[in-house]
Design a protein around this ligand. Structure first.
Ligand code: GUN
Ligand code: ZN
Length: 431
C-alpha cells in the first residue's frame, strides 16, 4: 500500500504534557504499519517534512485543519430515536421512553438499521471511536459490531445486563445473560478494531448474582472494558442506598463486585464524595462526563475541580439519548458551562484546548487506547478529520479574527456543528 500525505493546518496533542500543538502549514503522512493498518507515519510542519517525503503524493487543502477524530466515551446507539425525550428526571425517562425504545432491539433488522444510522451520524459529526451501550438483546450487539466492522471502525460495545427492576422486553435472565456475555466476548473482543465492554446497566437493575457474574467475567477477560452508570441522579442514589444498605456509597457497590479496575468506565459520577474520587483514582477506573445529558435530565454537574484535585481520569461523552447532541462541539460547549458550576478557582472555565483534549487524546488515554487513537502522532491509527473553519459565514468571520490557538479552538467549539466537519477519514486495513 502506498503512502499519502495531506498538507493543511494540523492539530494534535503532546502525549506527555497533553498540550495542544498546532502547525499553521502542516503535513500529515499516512502509510501502512507492519500489519498493513494505515497509521500516521509523520506529522509536523510542511517545511520540515517536505524533503523527506518528496516522493509521497500530497493533497493540498488550503484553509483546512487536520485534527484527530473525536472519541465519545459513553453513548447509547439504541437511544438514537429518543434523543430529546422530555422527562422529570432519569427514572421516569427510563420507564417512559428508554425501555420501550430498547425493547425493539430484539429484532435484528431494527438493530441493524439503527446501528447504520448511528454510525453515519457519528461520522458526520467527526466521531471515529465510541464506547456504546447496546441493549439486553445479544442481536443488538451483533448488529452493531457487524456494521462497525464493515466500516473498519475502532468501536467498543456490549450487551446490557439487567435482570431485575426492568419491564418485560428488556429484562434478561441472570444465567443466560452471563453465558451470552461470555460468548459475545469470544465472538467480538479484539476482532479487527472492535472491543467488548461488560455492561451492567446500573446497580438497581441487576441482582447480586448478575453483578457477581459480571465481576467474574471482568476478571477472566482482563482487557475487556466495563461500562456502567453511577451517581447520576439523586432519586437513583437514594434507591441504591435502599437496595444495597451495606455499601458505603453507590460506587462502593461496584467495588464490592470487582467491577472497578482499569478500563472500567463509569458514566456521570456526579453525586460523589472524596472517598469515591479516591476509589476511582486508586482502582484506575475513569469517568465518562456527559454534560448535555446532565443538563437535559436535570441530573447535576460533574465536579471537574474535584476530579483534578484527587487526580483521577475522565473524558467527554454525549450520552445520547439522555444527551441532546451527537456533536462533540455541543458536548465541549456544555462541559464549558458545567465547568463553571461550583468553580472555586478564578479564571475562565476549562480552557478550550483542554476541552478538545478530553474529547480526543485524553479520552483515548482514559479508555486505555493512548497512542492508538485520539491523536495524530506517529504510530497513531489514521482516524482523522478535515475541518473547514470557514464552513459558515459566522465561523469564517470569527475564526479569522482569532489571535491565538485557544481563541481559534474556542470559536470552533462555540460555533461549530456537523458543517465544520468536511471529511471524516477512517484508517483502513490493506492487504
Ligand atoms: N442509568 C441507567 N440506564 C441509563 C440510561 O440509559 N441513560 C442514562 N443517562 N442513565 C442511565
Ligand atoms: Zn448513559
Amino acid at each position: 500500500m502506498t503512502m499519502k500525505a495531506l498538507r493543511a493546518s494540523l492539530l494534535r496533542f503532546d502525549p506527555t504534557t497533553t498540550q495542544a500543538q498546532f502547525e499553521e502549514d502542516g503535513l500529515l503522512v499516512i502509510g501502512p504499519d507492519s500489519r498493513g493498518r494505515q497509521v500516521v507515519q509523520a506529522a509536523g510542519s510542511y517545511s520540515a517534512l517536505k524533503d523527506m517525503y518528496a516522493q509521497v503524493p500530497v493533497e493540498h487543502l488550503p484553509g483546512r485543519i487536520l485534527a484527530p477524530g473525536f472519541i465519545d466515551m459513553h453513548v447509547h446507539y439504541p437511544q438514537t430515536d429518543i434523543i430529546g425525550a422530555p422527562a422529570a428526571g432519569l427514572l421516569p425517562w427510563l420507564e417512559n421512553y428508554t425501555f420501550p425504545a430498547e425493547s425493539r432491539f430484539a429484532d435484528p433488522a431494527h438493530a441493524s438499521a439503527v446501528a447504520e444510522f448511528f454510525l453515519d451520524e457519528l461520522a458526520r459529526n467527526g466521531v471515529t471511536t465510541a464506547l456504546t451501550f447496546a441493549t439486553s438483546h445479544p442481536a443488538s450487539v451483533d448488529a452493531f459490531f457487524e456494521a462497525a466492522q464493515r466500516r473498519s471502525l475502532r468501536m467498543i460495545s456490549g450487551k446490557v445486563l439487567q435482570d431485575r427492576h426492568s419491564p418485560d422486553g428488556v429484562r434478561d435472565d441472570t444465567e443466560q445473560s452471563l453465558l451470552d456475555t461470555e460468548s459475545l466476548i469470544r465472538r467480538w473482543h479484539n476482532v479487527d478494531r472492535l472491543g467488548y465492554a461488560i455492561t451492567p446497566r446500573f446497580a438497581p437493575t441487576s441482582t447480586d448474582a448478575q453483578l457477581h457474574g459480571a465481576g467474574e467475567l471482568a476478571k477472566a477477560h482482563g482487557d475487556t472494558w466495563i461500562h456502567t452508570h453511577v451517581s447520576e441522579n439523586k432519586d437513583e442514589v437514594k434507591w441504591v442506598r435502599e437496595l444495597f444498605p451495606k455499601a458505603r456509597s453507590y460506587l462502593d457497590v461496584y467495588l464490592g463486585f470487582n467491577l472497578m479496575r482499569e478500563r472500567a468506565v463509569y458514566a456521570h459520577c456526579i453525586h460523589f464524595d472524596d472517598d469515591d474520587r479516591c476509589l476511582m483514582r486508586d482502582t484506575g477506573a475513569v469517568t465518562a462526563v456527559s454534560p448535555t445529558s446532565n443538563l437535559f435530565l436535570g441530573s447535576g454537574f460533574f465536579d471537574f475541580e474535584g476530579a483534578d484535585r484527587i487526580g483521577y481520569r475522565y473524558g467527554l461523552a454525549s450520552d445520547v439519548g439522555g444527551g441532546t447532541s451527537f456533536s462533540p462541539f455541543a458536548t465541549m460547549m456544555a462541559a464549558y458551562y458545567a465547568g463553571r458550576e461550583g468553580q472555586t478557582k478564578p479564571g475562565v472555565s476549562i480552557p478550550p484546548s483542554q476541552l478538545w483534549w478530553h474529547h480526543t487524546a485524553g479520552a483515548a488515554r482514559a479508555l486505555g487506547l493512548a497512542g492508538g487513537v485520539g491523536n495524530l502522532q506517529p504510530g497513531c491509527e489514521a482516524d482523522f478529520l478535515v475541518l473547514n473553519p470557514a464552513a459558515t459565514p459566522l465561523l469564517a468571520r470569527k475564526t479569522k479574527l482569532a489571535d491565538s490557538l485557544e481563541e481559534l479552538l474556542f470559536a470552533m467549539i462555540v460555533l461549530g456543528d456537523d458543517r465544520l466537519v468536511e471529511r471524516t477519514v477512517i484508517s483502513q486495513a490493506m492487504a
